[in-house]
Design a protein around this ligand. Sequence first.
Ligand code: SF4
Length: 295
Amino acid sequence: MELLKECHLCPRNCGVNRYQEKGYCGATNKVRVAYYSLHHWEEPVLSGTRGSGTVFFSHCNLSCMYCQNQKISLKGYGKNISNKRLQEIFLELQKKKAHNINLVTPTIYVPQIASVLRKIKGKELTIPVVYNTSSYENIGTLMAMRGLVDIYLADLKYFDDELGRKYSKCENYFETATLAIDEMFRQVGKPVLRNHLMKKGLIVRVLVLPGHTLDAKQIIEYLYKTYQDDIIISIMNQYTPVAECPYENLNRKLTEEEYEDVINYALTIGVQKAFIQEGDTAEESFIPDFDKRIL
Ligand code: SF4
């Protein structure tokens, strides 16, 4: 695949030939998958009653110090598979009655995923495709997924670029991610729901970091001012400290007061379409535990 011979799939723009060497993310020309399954703890409009058909891709183009999936994202745990096997996995998940195919950190494998989806989407594969991303994306890469993705499930991690630099080793996160989110919205538009399940649209996740409620509020304010209720904001309290994180301030869970403060702010500025989490979801490791409430 030509794009992998000089890789500029993401804003790291390594320019390496992935058939011969590895760039920042550590991925080669082969798709590498850590895990796939029916996943019941995404936002309820994605998990529904039967689960979201989640495919966790190995490696990642961000290096979040607090990542709960470091074994997969930073250490590259997983198995190399062929495009044919990837196609089989998508169809197997559909056969198991998944409500959708949920691609987790797909950015670094977009050429391979797009090639598989072009063959089967709208033919053998009839369920929606979800692109689950950190939003640290190049627009050209997202454009390659136009017409192949029905739902974008995007993080907006930092308003303050200094936090992006410190916690995820990336430059210019906010501008990069917000331009990417604009492109996602252009592709999928306003949310379309049928029988409480999302068929099309954009969900933006805001994970509130301990001690950084102001940053979360600024993100929510930006999203609401830009898109009003044309997107769904998912405000998450599930931050879980990991042993490897070198920053002391991140070595605790979010307090109830911090989370409530952010939720109240969202309500005050008029946000109506949002998911919130209840209870101690931070115990759940990487598994989000959303309640069924929509604000
Ligand atoms: S996908 Fe990987 S190799 Fe390609 S530009 Fe991004 S980090 Fe570098």
